[in-house]
Design a protein around this ligand. Structure first.
Ligand SMILES: Nc1ncnc2c1ncn2[C@@H]1O[C@H](COP(=O)(O)OP(=O)(O)OP(=O)(O)O)[C@@H](O)[C@H]1O
Ligand SMILES: [Mg+2]
Length: 265
């Protein structure tokens, strides 16, 4: 069911989300809309509620109150399992649960069932689908290598390919650069930027602790502080020294060169 009439539904629409557990308010008053074609970054200190917000969007957590709609489907009135197939989710917690001895192509193909590990053999057409997903991240060369022997950056690309294999409409990346060395991170971000520019690219939501990772492909930045939206807007509007100092409660300075911003703490 669409929450809009005569208008393209939002990719994500959250209204007045509150999440309270064990008498602790983890999220409150979250209003956020992602329009089709937008890509967002989320920043916030440890424990500010970023991952919880992603879990609510993917239906793994249920808000105490407030409304969630994804691709025009309102939670509570829709089949979340079906909807999840349209939402790819990559977080570091997945990789430890995947069989290290499987080849990268099998890991990517396992996204078709969204299962952990290889529970069935795949058809040639499905392997082709997995290869195409690897190709989106420039990672076809890794296809035959065992997952456990890949570097962290390579594993990250395979996990994103796994999330992309069903051609989701939304791709959620929770700290995708964690653990990457500086060069691998820059290479990965370049590939991500290239990917974001593709016509068939899903809307991306990326959680990051580093403003350097918020590239020109990001159309919006959401700052979360203690479970509330401190500010949201374009990177130019939001990523300044005053906001970063307030967000992390520590004196910070945002420096900007031609291509990227960075933070001096
Ligand atoms: N089900 C729950 N019950 C109790 N507390 C919870 C629950 N889920 C999350 N929390 C708490 O909510 C807060 C926000 O957690 P969350 O994982 O969303 O933070 P985060 O912003 O992703 O942090 P990080 O940057 O460290 O990943 C934390 O203090 C966490 O302990
Ligand atoms: Mg988190």
């Amino acid at each position: 069911m669409s929450t809009y009439s005569g208008e393209t539904p939002a990719v994500i629409e959250l209204s007045n989300i509150h999440f309270i557990r064990q008498n602790k308010t983890i999220l409150s008053g979250i209003d956020w809309r992602i329009a089709p074609g937008q890509h967002w970054a989320i920043m916030g200190a440890n424990g500010s509620g970023k991952t919880t917000l992603l879990k609510i969007i993917t239906g793994y957590e249920w808000p105490t109150f407030g409304q969630v709609s994804v691709l025009g489907q309102r939670f509570g009135q829709t089949n979340i399992r079906e909807l999840r197939k349209l939402v790819g989710w990559v977080s570091s917690s997945i990789e430890q649960r995947l069989p290290a001895e499987d080849k990268a192509i099998d890991i990517a193909a396992s996204g078709i069932e969204a299962s952990l590990g290889l529970f069935r053999t795949f058809t040639d057409a499905e392997y082709e689908q997995a290869m195409q997903a690897l190709g989106m991240l420039n990672a076809q060369v890794l296809a035959r290598q065992r997952f456990g022997t890949l570097s962290q950056g390579e594993q990250q690309k395979v996990l994103i390919a796994r999330a992309l294999v069903n051609q989701p409409r939304v791709l959620i990346l929770d700290e995708p650069c964690a653990g990457l060395d500086p060069a691998a991170r820059v290479r990965f971000l370049k590939d991500l930027e290239h990917f974001a520019g593709m016509v068939q690219a899903p809307s991306m939501i990326m959680v990051t602790h580093h403003i350097e990772e918020i590239g020109p492909w990001t159309t919006g930045v959401l700052l979360l502080k203690e479970g509330r939206i401190m500010q949201s807007g374009t990177a130019d509007e939001v990523l300044n020294s005053k906001n970063m100092t307030n967000l992390f409660e520590f004196p910070c300075e945002v420096k900007q060169n031609l291509t990227r911003r960075h933070l001096i703490v």
